[in-house]
Design a protein around this ligand. Sequence first.
Ligand code: NAP
Length: 386
Amino acid sequence: MNLFLTGATGLVGGELLVTLSKRNEVEKIYCLIRSENQQVATQRLEKVFALHNDTFDAARIIPVLGNLFDDNLTDVLKSNPELNNVDVIIHSAANTSFSRFNDDLVEKANIGGLTKILLWAKELPHLKTFLYIGTATICGKDVKDRVVHEDESPNLNATHLVKYTYTKMKGELLIREHLPEEKILIARPSIIMGDSRPIIPRSPVILWAMATINHLRLIPVNEHAQLDIIPVDYAAQAIVKLLFANRKYHVYHISAGEEGATTALKLSRTLEDYFDEMPPFNFISKSLLNQVKHWTKGKLQPDSELYTYRKYLDYWKDSFEDKSKLRILFSGLDPYLDFMELGHVFDNKRLLEDVDMPNSEPADVYIANSMNFVEKLDILEGAIDP
Ligand SMILES: NC(=O)c1ccc[n+]([C@@H]2O[C@H](COP(=O)([O-])OP(=O)(O)OC[C@H]3O[C@@H](n4cnc5c(N)ncnc54)[C@H](OP(=O)(O)O)[C@@H]3O)[C@@H](O)[C@H]2O)c1
């Protein structure tokens, strides 16, 4: 099997690359890398393997220079004779930003970039499988507090909290326009956070939100809403096993499901056990977020409900030199809080039926392995680059 992988330097793609490199069925893995030259691209791939001391084999892992934004990307791929033998494409590259300031880039990468890959893929002589790393959150924000099934999406009527999930939904429709169903495999992970092993997680991305919540302690979110969170190692193992499995479906959730889901309350207990010198967690209504924002601007009305939580306001004053930092943190956190309120649990029966995997451990259990790392995260930096 010769693979072409995009997004290999990312959270999911990196873990997929290392996991795939250990499979005997895989001959070569061509990786689309954005870089000015071959040497730097190779170094970026070496770094992916070096993170956890895995073996990088330069004869099997081959960088292909390219950017989803390049106008000529399709032609560059078509004119590379080495890539003619590719029989599996795994498209993991995406712009995953929730910030509306990045909406144009998100659209350009996730729809424009995908289209360029598909225009090349559809002409490949030996293509067997196009594996698209989608997201379970394409179900949108009208679905609330229930188990969501694969066949409910893509739904053009779904409404989206952020452009990112809209583009991922459109992406699935695009693939169906360009390729026959038998070549399509869509893996839709839920929320990927940290690693279940006691090692450095591959990326701080969603751990950043947890570290920020840990620092703030007074959180405007429903603590009982279900959260479907899985670790990156589980996600990669499941996706790779799915690729080699006898599959009954074309679309699979890669998720915690009903058995493995957690809640903000359960996560907070794990955090309180480790960071026991901080004030206990207190969850308040999401509707108070605006009051928090007003308070950070010094504009909160004296009779506001938020003053009931004066102990936390004093704690915030002590731990942040100026309130503008707090404002930055809350605006970075805002879209995450919206997602946390949705109460989505993504059914994982298809996955457990077709691959030999146990349920993922709940996030409140496995995340105990990442506490050292959470402690060291620079929460302000994460908020500035959402
Ligand atoms: N993380 C989650 O919780 C989660 C959950 C569900 C689904 N997913 C899906 O999983 C996939 C991977 O996400 P991730 O969390 O691994 O994201 P990530 O860590 O942000 O990695 C994104 C990857 O895409 C590459 N990329 C971005 N823009 C590119 C461009 N213009 N040209 C070429 N490559 C580009 C990045 O390359 P550079 O290193 O050069 O930037 C990086 O390798 C995405 O499709 C996402 O929708 C993620």
